[in-house]
Design a protein. Structure first.
Length: 381
């Protein structure tokens, strides 16, 4: 037994995550490329030129098999405050929406990947909803913890609907999972107010809240059923707020039952997880599952002190004096050679990727460190 796994719950050891020779379908391999864009969208939709450069969405271009190429947009981690508190994040979100409107050809749909609000305040969620109303394309939503824990998702679900969800589009099955709404109840016994609970969930260090990120058994059963009739070779894209692997549990940079989710997805040869939450350039492969971390519109998180996936090419440290640095968008393009090219596009940078750990803030490149904290063992799955 791997000594790193010695202290794991037996249920975790029973699930073999990566079998010899198991990897994502290499005919659809993702190449990570440095790509700088300072294009001004002149001659596009009315009003677009007035907001200048647009670094703040993730644009995904996909084409599979004989299906026509298509494009959709990903936007997440806007962390909006009310306008009378902070307009910086509002301005970036507005710019992102203008860029999505200016996409040519238009995006087929938008996925919002969570953390629309900062403290779950109805004013923040309403503000985000009003900004997004400008987009008339199809929109689907998954929540983030910042959206959820003031009222346990009541406002979010009234406005944007429930998760999980699934739909098919041009030969791809898209799945949206809620990885934030199933935290063990740590607040009732301590008689926390909703605002106190939200305050703990809004911090990077999850010591008080414990391992809140998870899919949960009912949703896992739903996922198993939702993909049971999908051909194993056809592309499957799973959207989550938190990554479907173990990156750094102390910051909840993981989903606590990711092993069980991976077992459900294992039979599929072409499955991609697209997630937000980490606010950074991030790439990993676990078995046949590839995971892509998206940038935020609000701010970049630093890389965790350990557990940064070995396949991640870390981005250079953000300039703390430039609030547009370290945010941006990404494009996935299916080429004529049936390969997916993954491009991160950042605003105002001469360089994206770091040449050394010191430049990136990534403390190491150790992949898949399995060392649960004491806090992780305090709560049931």
């Amino acid at each position: 037994m791997d000594p790193r796994e010695a202290d794991l719950d037996p249920r975790q050891r029973d699930i073999e995550i990566t079998r010899p020779g198991e990897h994502p379908d290499r005919s659809l391999a993702i190449t990570r490329r440095m790509f700088i864009s300072k294009a001004i969208l002149a001659g596009t939709a009315a009003g677009v030129a007035s907001v200048g450069w647009f670094p703040i969405i993730n644009t995904l271009d996909l084409a599979f098999g004989q299906q026509a190429a298509f494009k959709f947009a990903w936007l997440s981690d806007t962390h909006l405050y009310p306008r009378d508190v902070n307009t910086r994040f509002v301005e970036k979100t507005v710019r992102a929406v203008h860029e999505i409107k200016a996409m040519n050809p238009p995006a087929d749909f938008l996925v919002f990947g969570g953390d629309l609000a900062q403290l779950g305040d109805p004013v923040e969620i309403d503000l985000g909803g009003d900004i997004l109303k400008e987009l008339t394309i199809k929109k689907v939503f998954i929540p983030g913890e910042h959206d959820w824990y003031l009222d346990l998702g009541a406002k979010w679900e009234r406005m944007f609907g429930k998760t999980p969800w699934s739909f098919d589009h041009k030969g791809v099955r898209f799945i949206g999972l809620n990885t934030v709404g199933f935290a063990p109840d740590y607040w009732s016994a301590k008689r926390m107010t909703p605002k106190e609970r939200m305050g703990h969930m809004a911090t990077l260090d999850g010591s008080v809240a414990g391992p809140w990120a998870g899919v949960g058994e009912p949703q896992r059963r739903w996922l198993d059923q939702a993909i049971s009739n999908w051909p194993k070779s056809q592309p499957l894209v799973v959207f989550t707020h938190t990554p479907l692997y173990e990156y750094y549990p102390p910051w909840n940079f993981w989903t606590r039952d990711w092993r069980e989710v991976n077992e459900i997805l294992r039979p599929f040869g072409n499955v991609t997880n697209i997630h937000g939450h980490t606010h950074q350039v991030l790439y990993n492969e676990v078995g046949k599952l590839r995971s892509i971390g998206m940038l935020a519109t609000s701010w970049p998180w630093p890389y965790a002190p350990q557990g940064v996936p070995a396949l991640t090419r870390a981005m250079i440290r953000a300039d703390p004096g430039d609030h547009f640095d370290g945010v941006g968008w990404a494009r996935l393009t299916e080429t004529a050679a049936a390969r997916i090219e993954h491009e991160y596009v950042m605003w105002g940078r001469k360089e994206i990727f770091a040449d050394s750990r010191e430049d990136s803030g990534a403390a190491d490149n150790v992949n898949q460190i399995l060392s649960p904290r004491i806090a992780d063992r305090m709560y049931p799955y």
